[in-house]
Design a protein. Structure first.
Length: 209
């Protein structure tokens, strides 16, 4: 079974509360999402493998540590996932970036795919999938399925706010994919929005309705 990592660092909880507030405008919302994404990135990358490297400081020679093994790819689920990319790229500047476009059908609440562009060597990379909201779990599950069809074997999901229903679906559909989130909220409402949530992340991020 995949692991659910609730990253409840005080800085993340403080910034998330500001993001939830209906009075927070798009500019502040974007900046807060960028900051939280970088903080979440510390936990998402916590178990990255290290190898020894010999270096010379201004004082003496020493053996330090550097990240080893597979390279990294960041794959936001469009469109709201774009808001989480910059924070991760700050930590992982050489990561490749792919994009998966999904939207939720307003009647069926099921995800519809409209775009997919990934690095050619995506199957050789550790993949971090980004989406601020894990609501029903449909979009995230479909995106991860697409990545597995491309040969990806090391995938982790990073989101901001999750619903129990979405967590359950991800763990059932992809028991090998760990979930990193800042909060697991109460439930989904009849329109499949997370309660209390923060509204439509894409609309608040880009100032649309």
């Amino acid at each position: 079974m995949s692991q659910l990592h609730i990253v409840d660092h005080p800085l993340i909880q403080h910034k998330l509360t500001k993001m939830r507030c209906v009075e927070t405008g798009s500019k502040d919302f974007r900046e807060l999402l960028d900051e939280i994404s970088m903080l979440l990135g510390y936990e998402v990358t916590r178990d990255f493998p290290l190898s020894d490297v010999k270096i010379k400081t201004p004082i003496t020679k020493m053996v330090g540590k550097e990240i080893s093994g597979k390279k990294v790819a960041i794959v936001p689920i469009l469109r709201a996932g774009l808001g989480m990319v910059n924070g991760l790229v700050t930590l992982l500047p050489v990561a490749r970036i792919g994009h998966i476009g999904l939207y939720r059908d307003e009647k069926t609440h099921k995800p519809v795919t409209y775009y997919c562009k990934l690095p050619e060597d995506i199957d050789q990379r550790i993949v971090i999938v980004c989406d601020p909201m894990l609501a029903t779990g449909g979009s995230a599950s479909d995106a991860i399925t697409m990545l597995k069809e491309k040969g990806c074997k090391s995938i982790r999901l990073m989101c901001l706010v999750s619903a129990p229903e979405g967590v359950k679906k991800l763990q059932e559909d992809h028991p090998d994919v760990d979930i990193y989130t800042a909060a697991v909220d109460e439930k989904l409402n009849k329109n499949c929005y997370i309660v209390p949530g923060l509204g439509d992340a894409g609309d608040r991020l880009f100032g649309t309705k």
